[in-house]
Ligand binder design. Structure first.
Ligand code: NAP
Length: 162
């Protein structure tokens, strides 16, 4: 199950990427109710790229021994940090585990990853989209656009011809 910021992106998750369900977080007002509707049996695993109220709603809907991989907090980067950790009591109630995820920890395995992803791509098992901005001088526009959700696929900036 996933969330995106436009209906077209929600449809892409479900119709092309094979998600069981998805919702538009910009038009959904009650994330908790939406999670209960789409995940009636609760959440076992959450890959967190956004933080903020969506993550809060997921944490309140965890199952016992749920696992949360914290990869990004994109909704919070322009916000003033709130003092102190929050919602940690929920880890006690659900005996859940939160762990940070940093891609560079896996640098020694990038070659192996590329081989595996390449094989899956050739087999048609890997679906992806890229949104590319041309030229380093347009990198700020790409970054701002990405924060506004203008990209559909992974936002890239092409700095030179291959
Ligand atoms: N841990 C690591 O090693 C690592 C490495 C790289 C990136 N990251 C994190 O991974 C996440 C994705 O980054 P990316 O560089 O790959 O970008 P990306 O997937 O190319 O684009 C990010 C997407 O986030 C959505 N978004 C923007 N503002 C949002 C908000 N306030 N709330 C919810 N969604 C929002 C936008 O789509 P919508 O239209 O759906 O809003 C945007 O398309 C970020 O949180 C980033 O910090 C982590």
């Amino acid at each position: 199950m996933g969330s995106r910021g436009t209906d077209a992106k929600v449809e892409y998750l479900v119709n092309e990427l094979g998600f069981d369900a998805a919702f538009n977080y910009k038009t959904t007002t009650d994330y908790g109710a939406k999670l209960k509707e789409l995940c009636p049996n609760g959440v076992d695993v959450y890959f967190d790229n956004v933080g903020g109220p969506i993550t809060d709603a997921v944490l309140f809907n965890m199952n016992v021994h749920a696992r949360v991989s914290v990869c990004g907090q994109i909704s919070q980067y322009n916000e003033k940090p709130e003092p102190g950790p929050r919602l940690l009591g929920l880890l006690i109630i659900y005996r859940a585990k939160l762990e940070g995820f940093l891609v560079s920890d896996y640098a020694p395995r990038f070659a192996e990853g590329l081989r595996q992803l390449g094989a899956w791509f050739k087999q048609g098992k890997l679906k992806y989209k890229e949104t590319t901005e041309e030229g380093l001088e347009n990198a700020p526009r790409a970054l701002i656009g990405m924060l506004q959700g203008k990209n559909l696929g992974k936002q890239l900036v092409k700095v030179s011809a291959l």
